[in-house]
Design a protein around this ligand. Structure first.
Ligand SMILES: [Zn+2]
Length: 92
């Protein structure tokens, strides 16, 4: 992840260890993935054995790590970092 925005130069890490709080957002993403994969597995495979659930959830979680990592940081930054999206900001 960049330390500064490549377009406007905004420093992403507002204070040291700022993004440790993003793990709570990441946790919410993980729970959403668990529930979604559980429901999809139950519906599509008609209640398979427990190890099928574990494999599917593990694979889905690993696949979505890049998404979860970046979006949890972005969401945390927007909620607690005082950052707003400004599409018409002047470039450096
Ligand atoms: Zn920017």
């Amino acid at each position: 992840m960049y330390t500064h925005c490549p377009k406007c130069g905004l420093e992403y890490e507002v204070q040291p260890s700022f993004f440790q709080g993003a793990m709570y957002v990441s946790y919410a993403f993980s729970v959403a993935i668990f529930i979604t994969v559980f429901v999809v597995t139950t519906v599509l495979l008609n209640k398979p054995p427990i190890h099928i659930y574990m494999i599917n959830i593990t694979v889905a979680t690993l696949v979505f790590i890049p998404f979860s990592f970046r979006y949890s940081r972005s969401i945390f930054l927007h909620i607690f970092g005082g950052v707003k999206y400004e599409p018409n900001v002047k470039l450096n």
